[in-house]
Design a protein around this ligand. Sequence first.
Ligand code: AQP
Length: 332
Amino acid sequence: MKRIFSGVKPTGHLTLGNYLGAVRQWVEVDQHRADALFSVVDLHALTVEHDPARVRRLSRQAATLLLAAGLDPQLCTVFVQSHVDEHARLSYLMECVATDGEMRRMIQYKEKSVRARDTGQGVRLSLLTYPALMAADILAYGTHEVPVGEDQTQHVELARDLAVRFNHRYGHVFTVPKATSPVVAARVMDLQDPMSKMGKSHENQAGIVYLLDDADTVRRKVMRAVTDSGREVVHDREASPGIANLLDLLAAATGGNPIELAGVYESYGSLKKDTAEAVVELLRPVRERHAELAADPGHVDKVLREGAERARGMARPLVDSAYRAIGLLPAV
Ligand code: AQP
């Protein structure tokens, strides 16, 4: 059976970008068609300045939101990355297979290291090496497919390269994975800065719709979305990125086609209004289910405990064979 792995990073509250670019597809498609694992990848939240209590809180919230969005522990495995030691164990081997140049090419390293330097915080070594951990996350499960938003494809490409290199040098251990992305809204843009992707750790929250925003906040953010100075509603990501983003959101929320929807609207105002309502309705059930689950933390803990146990059982034999293949003496 096909194996799928993907994850979310608890670096902020989950956004509409995380939902449309990844989580919705996991819920609606992936958990039904494969042996799928979905993880709150908390170790990745430690690569930049962090507040320990906040990371813990966000990890629990992210796990609760994944269940609220519809991941079903009877169909898939939901767990927290740091509960399964195999990720860190394999990450070190990946560092021994990857090169310094490969790590430095990563867009996220380039962007976040500049930000860390500018704010005088120093660049953590883990910000350079996290793609090795990400490769380990994927490869530890013999993953075939990694459903992610478009921003993550560079990381999956690296995981592929490392798997091929390892297999070539040390014998066949890893499945070579590939990335898959949704057709619409694979890259949701920031409502205030439609040339940048909507990212959960951006400072200006006005352009970010969080899954737990209440209906009025969602309406306000969408109604205040930056558009260009034209008047015509066209789907043109270059000339009219703000409008194209709204059309993508409306299409993703209603199941429509963004180019066809452009022909339906005569003003930016009515497009914004309909988009706002569509997003409110899209998120309403997730928010309501989250409130129910948050009131029962024992249930979420149980799901995570059982998920980690299952994940460990899958990863351990594969990581053990990678240790043997690379030349490490097995413990007896
Ligand atoms: N704006 C987006 N549009 C489409 N997909 C997106 N994803 C994230 N933002 C968008 C997808 O969501 C999944 C989980 O993302 P992540 O938690 O690994 O973090 P990220 O991609 O680095 O996203 P953020 O929200 O921008 O975090 P920060 O700001 O902390 O770096 C992934 O599949 C991702 O593609």
